[in-house]
Ligand binder design. Structure first.
Ligand SMILES: NC(=O)c1ccc[n+]([C@@H]2O[C@H](COP(=O)([O-])OP(=O)(O)OC[C@H]3O[C@@H](n4cnc5c(N)ncnc54)[C@H](OP(=O)(O)O)[C@@H]3O)[C@@H](O)[C@H]2O)c1
Length: 348
């Protein structure tokens, strides 16, 4: 089993939980974290880890922080690593769906993948490289349960295009690589309203709209972050891997948009008024303006796609299926005010 794992993106939603899952497993973690100095990078990571239900101060003893930047050669580490890691888990990314950030999305996700490969070749050529991609590289065929062998297809944006390209770079590297593709990941167990907002900020906006152009029967594949992080840690630490590409997803236990809305309304009655009316052209100008920030998400929500998880569950039998989204989505939505949602909506 790997004794020493380098993790990028540790201040983020998924990377932070991955660090804690690895530390709990007794692994030594090196976290490459942005920050003008070592002290700032360490403080930023500590602030993030402390928000998790899995945090305990003694786990920090397992974690070394290095100030770095994954868009720089050698991840910008000075001096370079003394001891090579047995595994690198690359969670760092620009996850913006908006094409306005296309240049930075490409620099971070594709450039980052190139630096990841070069870094591993130079400093840890025998390390397993775990690349965290996204299930949304494929959003078709609609209405289906798709497996990892399904060709890229369906709606795309700068983010998903960058992830497709990054996967190709990592896979072609000849290193010991594995690609993990989580579905939508939500922040169960993290005490942070900003992380809860990720995609759920849309819910208060939907309440203001009343009608939303999403099919009530469309399945939305969602997994909680603690489950996602455990899957990533298990794959990182597995002595051998039967496959090199896995979904981390709810698959056939994914719930429909209406089931999710009903669960949210049951816990938060103020959200009762949201009516999923299926795909239909937006008419009123004001409504179109309100909907603009949601537009990037609607194709995913209407794709009615579930990402098969039998490969992961078959190869890692201890993992088990994820909790139903209706068991944790309502309490996350409850953390988000309309003011938060509007702030997210107008964020450049
Ligand atoms: N969240 C989801 O629903 C979801 C679903 C499927 C796949 N994924 C994938 O999972 C991975 C993690 O996503 P996430 O939701 O945890 O994202 P996130 O919360 O936005 O975190 C992104 C992380 O990447 C770091 N980062 C960005 N640019 C960097 C750079 N140049 N150098 C070093 N670190 C950098 C950020 O650091 P700073 O704090 O310094 O900005 C942050 O720690 C990504 O690859 C994403 O594509 C996420």
């Amino acid at each position: 089993m790997a004794q020493r794992v380098l993790v990028t993106g540790g201040t983020g939603l998924i990377g932070g939980e991955v660090i804690l899952a690895l530390a709990r497993a007794g692994v030594r973690v090196t976290a490459v974290t942005r920050g003008g100095s070592q002290a700032i990078a360490s403080q930023r990571l500590r602030d993030r880890l402390q928000k998790s239900q899995w945090f305990s101060p003694e786990l920090l003893g397992q974690v070394e922080v290095l100030a770095g930047d994954t868009t720089l050669p050698g991840f910008g580490l000075t001096p370079p690593l003394e001891i090579p890691p047995d595994c690198i888990v690359h969670c760092a990314a620009n996850t913006q769906f908006s094409d306005r950030e296309e240049d930075d999305v490409w620099r971070t996700n594709v450039g980052g993948a190139e630096h990841l490969v070069a870094f591993a070749r130079a400093h840890a050529p025998r390390a397993r490289v775990v690349f965290v991609s996204t299930a949304s590289v494929t959003t078709g065929p609609e209405g289906a349960v798709v497996n990892e062998d399904t060709a890229f297809q369906g709606y795309e944006n700068a983010y998903t295009r960058s992830k497709r390209q990054a996967e190709a770079i990592v896979t072609a590297s000849g290193l010991d690589t594995v690609i993990l593709r989580p579905a939508i990941v939500l922040s169960r167990g993290i005490d942070d309203a900003a992380m809860a907002r990720s995609i759920l900020w849309a819910v208060p906006i939907m309440r203001e709209l009343g009608e939303v152009p999403v099919s009530p029967d469309s399945h939305i594949d969602i997994v909680p972050v603690d489950y996602t992080a455990q899957c990533i840690a298990d794959v990182a630490l597995a002595p051998s891997l039967p496959h090199r590409l896995y979904h981390i997803s709810a698959g056939t236990t994914s719930q429909s948009f209406k089931q999710l809305l009903d669960a949210v309304a049951a816990e938060c009655p103020e959200f009762k008024g949201i009516a999923p009316v299926g795909r239909k052209p937006l008419s009123k100008r004001a409504m179109a303006r309100l909907m603009r920030p949601l537009e990037n998400y609607l194709p995913f929500m209407n794709a009615d796609i579930r990402y098969a998880n039998d490969r992961l569950l078959g190869d890692f039998t201890a993992i088990g299926i994820p909790a139903l989204a209706t068991s944790y989505v309502p309490s996350l939505v409850a953390l988000i005010s309309l003011a938060d949602a509007l702030t997210e909506m107008v964020r450049p």
